[in-house]
Design a protein around this ligand. Structure first.
Ligand code: ADP
Length: 462
């Protein structure tokens, strides 16, 4: 556990945390708060009013109708709820308002503590060009390509692409969620790709600013978890591999990333820590990299708690949510880099309420639920038998996490856990995950970010 000094800066101390989120992460945050002796306030939409995790908070307030725009994304309603319930801090979880710099700023301006980094860090990392510039300055390795916005005139753009070398990828500076990017294999497709991406960026992200970088053809997705206390102390907690993706969405995550020699990753982790110090970061965060042919290339930083944080908790023994809350309170992190040790191997499967073949969302009532138990098995979830999965939100209903001394043993444990889980009444991704954990290339740890899509194609054809 990253134990910290007992006395936080008085100005940042709080006793009650409003959880501005729902589902499994609301449950996870509730546990961490209880562990720290903090009171919790749940907010919910009308669709979540009867959820047990809402009722198990010390108090709760229904803040709006089912639509996320009118509830979990409604900043005014959340701030009003905080005022009415006497909350001292707001934990945004992941998704929703967690990486909204204006919200973080509004929370602090209202005299509350935002459990996350300063608004300026969120804003810098939310602009991918500014993020790349900050990372290059801190010595973090980046994808080849300039740290400036693409110019308007066609001849200059062509020169940028030629300097990088085709294939290139054009990305929106304000992009996110796998949207606002386009691969350009050859020069004759450059101008059309830029026009389309610019238009998309303007509409979806409110800014036409684009940048260009080398398109890596067979990378893995490897990320580094960090914790900082805002007093200049920062550590990295090892690495994760999240290459198993469908439509840029992570499906299975593991820690550590297989086959990465410590001497290759160590300087990258240390550069991330240095970057955090340079930008005055506070709290938890993740540096995402593409890894190809033995080299790391930074793509973005997530300035929040991530869905896959449990695999790092399982290997490092650090309670990341607890550490995040303590950092927000102003405690000094007394975990040093030498004190970070990662043991064994951990996998996480995202269990979604969706058809295992078509991936279409599946809403409805869970009629029967059996969760696997046993040593090295953890399930983070908010569902129960009788729970109604609503069509309004993300389809994640549970995270199945395992830990074992070796990767092979952790895979075997995941197979066992997947065999033991039963969810009836709705369709889930469990049958697909069971098949995936039987795959030989996955077992060898040789899969890049395109592997799952190709595997799914073959599976459909079979
Ligand atoms: P977002 O913020 O939308 O998630 P990212 O920059 O993190 O965007 O990229 C999302 C995904 O797109 C990556 O995980 C990777 O699969 C792919 N990608 C992004 N940049 C590159 C690149 N330069 N080369 C190859 N693939 C890339």
């Amino acid at each position: 556990m990253p134990e910290t000094s007992e006395q936080p800066a008085a100005s940042r101390r709080f006793e009650t945390v409003l959880i501005a989120n729902r589902g499994e992460i609301a449950v996870r945050i509730e546990h961490a708060c209880r562990d720290l002796g903090l009171k919790t306030i749940a907010i919910c939409s009308e669709a979540d009013r009867d959820a047990p995790y809402v009722r198990s908070a010390d108090s709760f307030l229904c803040i709006g109708p089912s639509s996320a725009a009118k509830s979990y994304l409604n900043q005014d309603a959340i701030l009003l709820a905080a005022r009415l319930t006497g909350a001292g801090a707001i934990h945004p979880g992941y998704g929703f308002l967690s990486e909204n710099a204006a919200f973080a700023d509004a929370v602090e301006r209202a005299g509350l503590i935002f459990i996350g980094p300063p608004a300026l860090s969120i804003a810098t990392m939310g602009d991918k060009i500014a993020a790349k510039r900050a990372m290059m300055a801190a010595g973090v390795p980046c994808v080849p390509g300039p740290d400036t916005a693409l110019p308007d005139d066609p001849a200059s753009v062509e020169r940028v692409a030629l300097d990088i070398g085709y294939p290139v990828i054009v990305k929106a500076a304000g992009g996110g969620g796998g949207r606002g990017m386009r691969v350009v294999p050859m020069a004759d497709q450059l101008h059309e790709a830029i026009a389309l991406t610019r238009e998309e960026a303007r509409k979806a992200f409110g800014s036409p600013s684009l940048y260009m970088e080398k398109f890596l053809q067979h990378p893995r997705h490897i990320e580094i978890q960090i914790i900082c206390d805002g007093h200049g102390n920062a550590v990295w907690l090892g690495h994760r591999d999240c290459s198993m993706q469908r439509r840029h969405q992570k499906v299975v995550e593991e820690a550590p990333a297989p086959g990465i020699a410590p001497e290759i990753i160590h300087p990258v982790g240390m550069a991330c820590v240095e970057a955090c110090r340079q930008i005055g970061y506070r709290g938890v965060g993740t540096f995402e990299f593409l890894y190809q042919d033995g080299a790391f290339y930074f793509i973005e930083m997530n300035t929040r708690l991530q869905v896959e944080h449990p695999v790092t908790e399982m290997t490092s023994g650090v309670d990341i949510v607890r550490a995040q809350i303590k950092a927000a309170e102003g405690h000094v992190l007394d975990l040093t880099q030498d004190g970070v040790t990662c043991d064994g191997h951990s996998f996480e499967c995202r269990i979604n309420a969706e058809d295992p073949d078509t991936f279409l969302p599946s809403a409805g009532v869970i009629t029967r639920l059996v969760l696997p138990q046993g040593s090295g098995i953890r399930v983070d979830t908010h569902i129960h038998a009788g729970y109604k999965v609503s069509p309004y939100y993300d389809s994640l209903i549970a995270k199945l996490i395992v830990h074992a001394p070796t990767r092979a043993k952790a895979m075997a444990r995941m197979c066992e856990a997947l065999a033991g889980i039963e969810i009836e009444g709705i369709a889930t991704s469990i049958p697909f995950l069971r098949d995936l954990f039987e795959d030989h290339a996955f077992a060898r740890g040789e899969t890049d970010i395109h592997y799952l899509e190709q595997w799914l194609k073959l599976r459909r054809a079979a």
